[in-house]
Design a protein around this ligand. Structure first.
Ligand SMILES: [Zn+2]
Length: 128
């Protein structure tokens, strides 16, 4: 277990939690992991190049999922340009609230639909 992994776990522990199956809650869950990944990325970016990979946490709607994914800074940035897009592990997309817009070997990029998209846009940490 690397020190980065244990610090990710401690960040995840800050998630307020609460279990419900509503689309709004799913959107909230994904927004939380996006905020977490923004922090991980900022920390990792200080000493690496755009083509380097770093570790993020799956941004799917499952509240119990903390799967680690490896993405490059360039790939991560291209997803973050759209406030309704998220990075999830292969097979973790929920077709009721999102659709897959691109698939790679290690992860899928999904785009939120309906209420989940509205929540995602509201909670965009880059929206100032
Ligand atoms: Zn997941």
């Amino acid at each position: 277990m690397s020190s980065q992994s244990s610090s990710i776990t401690s960040l995840i522990d800050t998630f307020p939690g609460g279990v419900t199956s509503s689309d709004e809650r799913k959107g909230e869950n994904e927004a939380f992991f996006r905020e977490l990944n923004e922090r991980l990325k900022q920390r990792a970016a200080e000493k690496q190049a755009a083509s380097d990979a770093f570790e993020i946490v799956c941004e799917c709607s499952l509240e119990t999922c903390t799967q680690r994914l490896s993405v490059t800074f360039a790939e991560y940035e291209s997803v973050r340009e759209d406030e309704t897009r998220f990075v999830v592990a292969v097979g973790h997309a929920d077709p009721r609230i999102e659709r897959i817009v691109s698939a790679t070997v290690g992860y899928d990029v999904v785009e939120k639909l309906g209420v989940a998209a509205e929540v995602a846009a509201e909670r965009d940490p880059r929206d100032d």
